[in-house]
Design a protein around this ligand. Structure first.
Ligand code: AMP
Length: 197
């Protein structure tokens, strides 16, 4: 049973690393960004509600986001643990997640902080924009998303730091190098011993 959260600015590679780590631990990677993009692509009610917000790089309302995460975490495949990517993203969402996890007598085992210099994450986002054409990867929207990260998301790390669960990982290097660093630091906490692929 391993409950993880991966945090990092846009372009830090947290989505890619999140999937790799979840695979190594045999737990689902739950990305709220993916859930919202999927809903927009499928044209569901949720998708219609969040489309303009995502395209502006703003945050979807906390109550709506937290309700979606609660539902997802209640699905059977998350019973053995999970890796959250992109949630919680501000202090209110931390409170919502705490309430939910306390209600089922659980807590996060580790928070992976991917540390990538600002210039490097901007360069990576520009590459992704060219490759994937994400509608929220335009220059103006990226600036907004990075500002929101610094203002609202980075402070959640202070809370988790006081709980002693944050592992700060150097996010510069090859994909394999970074994955290995994350797994090593989780193993040093006694998590997923022998689970490394
Ligand atoms: P991401 O792929 O994590 O960068 O998320 C893409 C977009 O989805 C964000 O820019 C937000 O508009 C929205 N989003 C994802 N996660 C959250 C969250 N926890 N709270 C609010 N909005 C979110």
């Amino acid at each position: 049973m391993t409950r993880l959260l991966i945090v990092g600015p846009q372009g830090s590679g947290k989505g890619t690393q999140g999937i790799r780590i979840a695979e190594a631990f045999g737990i689902p990677a739950i990305s709220t960004g993916d859930v919202f993009r999927g809903a927009v692509a499928a044209g569901t009610d949720l998708g219609r509600q969040v489309k303009a917000i995502i395209e502006a790089g703003d945050l979807v309302p906390d109550e709506l986001t937290s309700a979606i995460v609660r539902e997802r975490l209640s699905e059977p495949d998350a019973e053995g643990g999970f890796l959250l990517d992109g949630y919680p993203r501000n202090l209110v969402q931390v409170m919502h997640l705490d309430e939910f996890l306390e209600g089922v007598d659980e807590a996060l085992d580790a928070v992976i902080e991917l540390d990538v210099p600002r210039d490097e994450s901007i360069a990576r986002i520009a590459r992704r924009a060219a490759e994937q054409g994400r509608s929220d990867d335009t220059e103006e929207v990226i600036a907004n998303r990075l500002a929101i990260y610094e203002r609202e998301t980075a402070p959640i790390l202070d809370i988790y730091r006081t709980r002693g669960v944050v592992d700060r990982i150097d996010g510069v290097g090859t994909l394999d190098e970074i994955t290995d660093r994350i797994i090593a630091s989780l193993q040093a906490r006694g998590l997923g011993r022998g689970a490394a692929a």
